[in-house]
Structures are given as C-alpha cells and as structure tokens.
Design a protein around this ligand. Structure first.
Ligand code: AMP
Length: 288
C-alpha cells in the first residue's frame, strides 16, 4: 500500500494508473478511527474498481467551534494497518495545511439539502463536507466514491452535488453497519463509557420498533413523541427525531401520516453526555 500526504502526488499516481493501465479508481473518504463500518465501504469499493484509494482526514471545516475537532480520535498507526489489511492500494492522509493552504477561499453550498436535520443543528457542516469531498474526488480522480448510509444526509448531499455539478464520479451507497446489540458503529462510540453505551441503545431500539410498526396510517407526531420519550427516559438529550422523504430530506409535520410520504425515512440525533450520536432507518419496504 502506498501512503501519501501530498494531494499533488496522489493526483499524479492516479493519472499514471489511468493512463498506463486504464484502471478504474474507487475512493473511500474517512476521518479515521476506523471500524467495521468503514472497512465494509472498502470491501464494496474494491468490487467497483481496480484501484482503491482511502483517505483519512479530520476535516476542520465541517466542525463548528464548539464541537469535538480537537478531541476527535486519531489512532493513525492502527488505521493504517486496517486499511492495508483490507486491500487499499493508496492511503491519502494529508495535513490541514495541504488541504487548505493559506488563501483558500472556495466552498460548495447546497441551498436546500444541507439545511435540514444535521444541517440545522450544525450550521456550515455540509458546506465543509461537500467542499472537502469535491477536493478528494479531484485529487484521487475517482470514478466511484463509496459513502455509508449511516450518514444518510451526507450521502444525499454528495449525490446532489455530483449531479448538480456533473462530476464524473459515481456515488455508491453502502449499508449501515451495526454492532451485535444494534448500536450503529461510529468513531464517536469510543467516547462512550459502558453505561452510556448501554443507554445509547435507545436510538437503534427506538428506530427498530418503528421500522417494525410502520403502518400507513401512523402519524409522524406519534413516532416523534415516542422517540422523544424513549430518549429522555434513557437519560440522553434529543437533538431531533424527524420523518422525511429520503430524497428531499425536509421533515414532515406531526399531522402527516406515513402514507403521505413517498419514501419515508426516520432520522434521529441525540446527545449521550457530550457525545452526539445519529442513526436512521427506512420506513418503507425496500431497504434497511
Ligand atoms: P467518517 O469517518 O465518520 O467520516 O465516515 C466515513 C465514511 O464511513 C462515511 O461514508 C460514513 O457514512 C461511513 N460510515 C461510518 N460509520 C458507518 C457505519 N456504521 N456503517 C456504514 N458506513 C459507515
């Protein structure tokens, strides 16, 4: 596996792969602290391309000043071993200065999709995500980029950006990977002690309950109130629980019923102590 820090060297390597061996390139962007969820993306990426590039970059522009940028886990050596074992051909791990040299001033703004859900609680977050991903696509010359449904809104934002800007990259969705007890795998789970982790199960359990009980006549308000209660009872603080159409991602009012929504998906975000956790589940038949 090649390890590179310089965007230019990655671009040159990708160019060689394309021109000399006509290779297709798949990209898996991450912020590191890798777990089985990330590695499942690598497995999928390898099916779509000849060469697999993974990136590890804790992108400062997607964190608000009060968020966990400085304490975000960075176990680089362990991550390097994991991606190498998973069959990654090139690991791109730039510094902040390499990604945002002095004078950097361009960003990608999505006027709608980035504003709801996490975009409402984390202003500027999706601008940071879209901009860094556009840079990563250009640097790696990716034909395919794989993103997890764990961050469903991020996935939609990137699909929309790719379509709006005619980017020559195909976005591939990877299923959300859960721990055996149902908790969605996340790098931030490392912040949770055993008790908090147990309490955090209210999220996946709450979503799982409504996935199994998603009747067409069910109202959005009923689901939201129930989740609010479950989260509070478990000792977490709800940020939001919303039912959205999974394409538009605008939340539906409490009076709407599931049959009013073409492809309903349930989204939740809550704080377990100071750790913000998110999860989501489809409420229509054909997916998770
Ligand atoms: P992150 O390192 O948190 O920025 O995540 C990098 C990529 O891994 C994103 O596309 C995430 O959606 C994906 N990912 C993170 N956790 C999971 C999970 N539990 N299941 C599937 N994909 C995940």
């Amino acid at each position: 596996m090649i390890l590179l820090q310089s965007p230019q060297l990655v671009q040159e390597t990708a160019w060689r792969w394309k021109t000399e061996s006509n290779s297709r390139i798949a990209l898996v962007p991450t912020m590191g602290a890798l777990h089985e969820g990330h590695l499942s993306l690598v497995q999928l990426a390898r099916k779509y391309a000849d060469k697999c590039v993974a990136s590890i970059f804790v992108n400062p522009t997607q964190f608000a000043p009060n968020e966990d940028l400085t304490r975000y886990p960075r176990p680089f050596e362990a991550d390097r071993e994991k991606v190498q074992a998973a069959g990654v051909d090139l690991l791109f791990a730039p510094t902040r200065e390499q990604m945002y040299p002095e004078g950097f001033q361009t960003s990608v703004i999505l006027s709608k999709l980035g504003r709801h859900l996490c975009g409402a609680s984390r202003p500027g977050h999706f601008e940071g995500v879209a901009t860094v991903c556009l840079k990563l696509f250009q640097i790696s010359r990716a034909d395919v980029a794989v993103f997890g449904e764990k961050d469903f809104q991020q996935l939609r934002v990137l699909e929309q950006m790719t379509s709006d800007l005619n980017l020559p990259v195909r976005i591939v969705r990877a299923p959300l990977i859960r721990d055996a007890d149902g908790l969605a795998l996340s790098s931030r789970n490392r912040y949770l002690d055993a008790e908090m982790r147990q309490r955090a199960l209210c999220l996946s359990q709450g979503l799982g309950f409504w996935r199994s009980n998603a009747e067409p006549t069910l109202s959005v308000g009923r689901i939201r109130q129930d989740l609010q209660r479950k989260v509070t009872n478990a000792g977490l603080r709800l940020d939001y629980a919303e039912v959205c159409d999974e394409r538009e991602l605008s939340p539906y009012p409490d009076t709407a019923t599931l049959r009013d929504i073409r492809t309903p998906r349930l989204f939740i975000a809550a704080f377990a102590g100071i750790t913000r956790l998110i999860d989501n589940v489809s409420l229509h038949g054909d997916s998770r």
